[in-house]
Design a protein around this ligand. Sequence first.
Ligand code: ZN
Length: 162
Amino acid sequence: MMKRSDRLRLEAQARRERARGTRQPVAEIPPPVGVGGAAPRQPYDTTNRPRRTAKASGARGDYDSARWKSESKAYLERNPLCACGCGRKANIVDHVEPVQASGDPRFFDQSNWQGLARFPCHQQKSADDRAKAAGRKPRPITIRGCDAEGNPRDPRHWWSKG
Ligand SMILES: [Zn+2]
């Protein structure tokens, strides 16, 4: 039979150990926001982040495919100028009729391809496609900045008029 004093001592020890086990180590408790600055930024936990699927991302997966990379590269070598006639170098293959779903047969149909300058021609085309799909009126994109001579890059800029 254990002495009462021994039992009380062991119970107190067990309580202390339980308390230690559940207590957060001091270093992991972030300082309260607004006291001595904001809480330190915690690294974003990506463990359970949903993966972007081909279904959710439309045709995105096809753009990552080896076939698209090699065929679009070869296409731009054969068609080096922007199809809009601006004289810029084409550096992106665009679908004349936009494709959405992955596995769309027109995705690799080169008769539906055109080479465009990424900026501003392809950016404008994409904006037009999105507007059309949403039932909106296409709007000209804003072309910011100027060239090495300091002239605005946007041909519609008031500076270029007159
Ligand atoms: Zn162009």
